[in-house]
Design a binder for this molecule. Structure first.
Ligand SMILES: NC(=O)c1ccc[n+]([C@@H]2O[C@H](COP(=O)([O-])OP(=O)(O)OC[C@H]3O[C@@H](n4cnc5c(N)ncnc54)[C@H](O)[C@@H]3O)[C@@H](O)[C@H]2O)c1
Length: 405
């Protein structure tokens, strides 16, 4: 592979937001092409990035020998098929979340990566946030002790993304029905990714069983009424009977841990960018509830107070940042300023760095196909659990037969 790696963005909306990170790594990767169905968007790319090649049909990307890798930022139900086709065309893949929406796609994707030997990575940027990586660093050093519980939640009112200008549903509204994930945890990787890394899922532990319960949909029709008028069909509660506002997922791991996830993209409230927790037998972490609040930790023997019998002082939370001098993740200590400047809480910088390093053979993909499908499989598994009244369903071992621990 020669440098710079020639990259095509497929899906020019989110795909256009990596500019700052691409600029940092311009010696190693160059954006040559964008592919999108929307001609107006392509015209905008041409005017903002003179010289960029534009395609309106994905098969043109697949047939182009001058493209080494694709960044898939299309609607999520397209990701797996487009990734498999890219791999089969000899191109490396960086896929936006989630990687796949059915179990069959998960298995096909694994087979395609194993068959081609090319690089596949999922761009789960929440794994690279400063506090997420610092907690990973602390967990790996054993500060929280024997880990028992982790939680994550994606709570983001995305109702403004449900409708096109003409009042029809966007893929976010349609996909929810079309692939039976509307009454499920349809977007699990932002919440599960960091928790899975803290617990060593797919390296020292594995997801075993999962169950999901969902609420009724109470928030979408009111938003539709405000946007489209009270008489519009979408403004009726019955239009959203197949949807949920909030999905709650529990996952049991092989080593006796439990992970709790919540996905809520409809309830009216401010966006929680982070909502995580970690518990071990020697300490705990809870994320900030809103901008301006610090994430908190309590570590036995390090933080104030203790519940042990000899202690006269109750345990007290302390700011995670108070421990940064010692426990900042080395990558954030070295590159935090550059990562923040590249946007999205630093995620895009580290995602791109890890992907390019993997394409150039310098490291394994940081979020490989096994992590990608294990985390994404919660979507179809949660749909199955909900349809069966909340039964626990087995999580496939996508690494079965391969060296795991
Ligand atoms: N990691 C993150 O933080 C994050 C943030 C936003 C979006 N996303 C993910 O990125 C993806 C895109 O999200 P978005 O908000 O940009 O969606 P969007 O609907 O705004 O944009 C999708 C784009 O893909 C194009 N498209 C659709 N089908 C195509 C095809 N077959 N070939 C080429 N282009 C096609 C559309 O024309 C559109 O421009 C989603 O999967 C979403 O989950 C991730």
């Amino acid at each position: 592979m020669t440098t710079p790696v020639r990259l095509a963005v497929v899906g020019g909306h989110r795909g256009g937001s990596f500019d700052a990170a691409l600029e940092v790594f311009r010696d190693r990767v160059t954006l040559t092409t964008v592919c999108d169905l929307d001609d107006r968007l392509l015209a905008q790319w041409e005017s903002e990035r003179p010289g960029i090649k534009t395609y309106s049909d994905y098969s043109q990307v697949l047939d182009d020998p001058d493209i080494d890798a694709v960044l898939l930022a299309t609607p999520m139900m397209l990701h797996a098929r487009q990734a498999i086709d890219a791999l089969d065309s000899g191109k490396h893949v960086l896929s936006e979340v989630i990687a796949a929406t059915t179990l069959d796609e998960c298995w096909e994707l694994v087979e395609a990566v194993e068959r081609t030997g090319l690089t596949y990575m999922m761009a789960e940027n929440y794994c690279y946030r400063r506090e997420t990586m610092m907690v990973l660093n602390m967990a790996e050093q054993g500060l929280f002790g024997d880990l028992t519980f982790a939680e994550g939640a994606y709570i983001h009112d995305c109702r403004h993304l449900l409708f096109n200008d003409d009042g029809t549903r966007t893929w976010r509204g349609v996909a929810a029905e079309g692939i039976q994930i509307s009454r499920a945890n349809g977007y699990p990787t932002h919440s599960l990714g960091p928790a899975a890394q803290w617990l060593g899922i797919n390296s020292s532990d594995r997801l075993l069983r999962t169950t999901t319960f969902v609420t009724k949909s109470a928030s979408r029709h009111g938003y539709a009424a405000a946007l489209l008028g009270a008489d519009h069909p979408e403004a009726q509660q019955k239009a959203w009977l197949d949807a949920t506002d909030s999905a709650s997922t529990l996952i049991e791991t092989e080593h006796g841990r439990v992970i709790s996830l919540r996905k809520d993209s409809a309830s009216p409230r401010p966006h929680n960018m982070t909502h995580y927790g970690l518990q071990g037998n020697a300490g705990a972490f809870i994320s900030a509830r809103h901008d301006g609040e610090d994430p908190l930790v309590w570590i036995e023997g390090m933080s104030p107070g203790s519940n042990l019998p000899e202690s006269s002082r109750q345990p007290e939370w302390q700011s995670l940042w108070a421990l940064a001098a010692e426990y900042e993740h080395p990558r954030w200590a070295a590159h935090g300023d550059k990562a923040i400047a590249a946007g999205h809480g630093g995620g895009d910088f580290f995602v791109l760095e890890d992907f390019i390093n993997a394409v150039l053979g310098e490291q394994a993909p940081a979020i490989d196909v096994y992590d990608a499908v294990t985390w994404s499989s919660i979507t179809p598994l949660s749909a199955q659990s909900v349809s069966e009244g909340g039964t626990a369903v087995e999580v496939p071992d996508f690494r079965a037969g391969r060296a795991r621990f």
